[in-house]
Design a protein around this ligand. Structure first.
Ligand code: SF4
Ligand code: SF4
Length: 114
């Protein structure tokens, strides 16, 4: 009647998301807790230079408990480790990705010591 519609809310309801996988990933690689979202990892990412892959966005998806998006993107990482080298907060992103793959995709651990 007025020429516009009420749009669906974009608010994220954390209570609807299953946060258990995220808590397990945080237990396995707690260094991500000190991330300040500076974007240095994304800027240097080898895969991100060749594809739309965005490692910082993956961290956001994980913290929100939005695993479907995470699962679609995770295999784009080449595990080169450059993101870990440049992180000013010492976040071990490469290890985080390995652990995330194990938790969300039930992958076997790549290294026995992990
Ligand atoms: S470089 Fe480190 S602190 Fe910066 S966004 Fe990436 S993980 Fe977070
Ligand atoms: S380890 Fe993965 S996320 Fe990190 S720089 Fe290499 S390709 Fe990018």
């Amino acid at each position: 009647m007025w020429g516009f519609n009420i749009t669906k809310t974009r608010a994220i309801d954390f209570d609807k998301n299953n946060r258990e996988p995220m808590m397990e990933i945080l237990r396995l690689e707690p260094s991500i807790r000190v991330c300040i979202a500076c974007g240095a990892c994304t800027a240097t990412c080898t895969s991100g230079n060749l594809t739309p892959f965005n490692i910082r966005q993956l961290n956001v998806f994980m913290q929100r408990g939005e695993y479907q998006e995470l699962k679609k993107e995770m295999h784009k990482c080449m595990l080169c480790g450059k993101c870990t080298l440049v992180c000013p907060r010492g976040v071990n992103l490469r290890h985080l990705i390995l652990k995330t793959r194990e938790v969300l995709l039930n992958e076997e651990p790549l290294f026995a010591q992990n």
